[in-house]
Design a protein around this ligand. Structure first.
Ligand code: MG
Length: 238
């Protein structure tokens, strides 16, 4: 039986926000006592089937911080054995950061810390940013009021810094070069030794991870992308 590593982005890949919620969707996250993210009943049923397969390792690969990741509850309260948070800078093993991985990530971003601090100071004074954080002390995460404002800010600041910047919706991220999902997936795969890597994602931030996979599933226009991805994983595994 082939060992399958199923590396998946979370937001807008397996789960979605209230903006895209259908009536029957199941809540997967609460934030400040409000329902925050969801999964469709079909995707939830497929997910239960995926995690039952002994030859599949489901590896969430997310830009969420540890705290944001830990707010998510998967169907049947399943907790993945491993997860990559903070865009791959942090490996969680049973929800606890793996210390060697953490130390290597800290070492890798060390030279960029002055630049993170410089940008953070500028962003905090820029009224277009509603939220600025040095997330898990690994990267800058910012949010604007609208996607259009975020796009404008990205264009302006990209030319003012050596750090690669990305936008998803109204959120902006600045990472250290090499702090990407692809580098993290490659490192995890070297340790877990799968026969096949399937990766799924929906945004530019996911591209390095998709490039590391044997099979990449990228969101185009599927209305229930999560169900599509999970069906694909099951068809490959069974
Ligand atoms: Mg996403």
């Amino acid at each position: 039986m082939k060992k399958i590593l199923f590396a998946s982005d979370l937001d807008n890949t397996l789960i979605h926000s209230y903006q895209k919620k259908s009536e029957s969707d199941i809540c997967t996250e609460y934030y400040q006592e409000r329902e925050q993210s969801f999964i469709s009943p079909e995707a939830a049923a497929l997910f239960r089937n995926v995690i039952k397969q002994k030859n599949i390792c489901f590896l969430p690969v997310t830009t969420r911080t540890i705290a944001q990741y830990q707010r998510i509850f998967f169907p049947d309260n399943f907790r993945p054995e491993f997860a990559l948070a903070a865009n791959g800078c942090i490996l969680l093993k049973q929800d606890v950061p793996e210390q060697e991985w953490l130390a290597e990530s800290q070492e890798k971003i060390l030279a960029d810390i002055p630049e993170f601090q410089r940008l953070e100071k500028i962003f905090l004074k820029d009224h277009r940013f509603r939220h600025v954080a040095f997330a898990d002390s690994m990267f800058l995460a910012c949010a604007c009021e609208t996607a259009q404002t975020a796009e404008l800010c990205l264009k302006e600041y990209t030319v003012l810094t050596s750090l690669p910047g990305f936008r998803t919706g109204r959120k902006l991220y600045f990472f250290s070069p090499g702090s990407d999902k692809g580098t993290a997936l490659k490192k995890f795969a070297a340790f877990w030794q799968p026969d096949i890597i399937i990766a799924a994602g929906d945004s530019e931030i996911d591209l390095p991870m998709l490039k590391q996979a044997d099979i990449a599933v990228f969101r185009e226009s599927q209305t229930d992308f999560a169900a599509y991805v999970l069906k694909f994983v099951l068809n490959t595994a069974l």
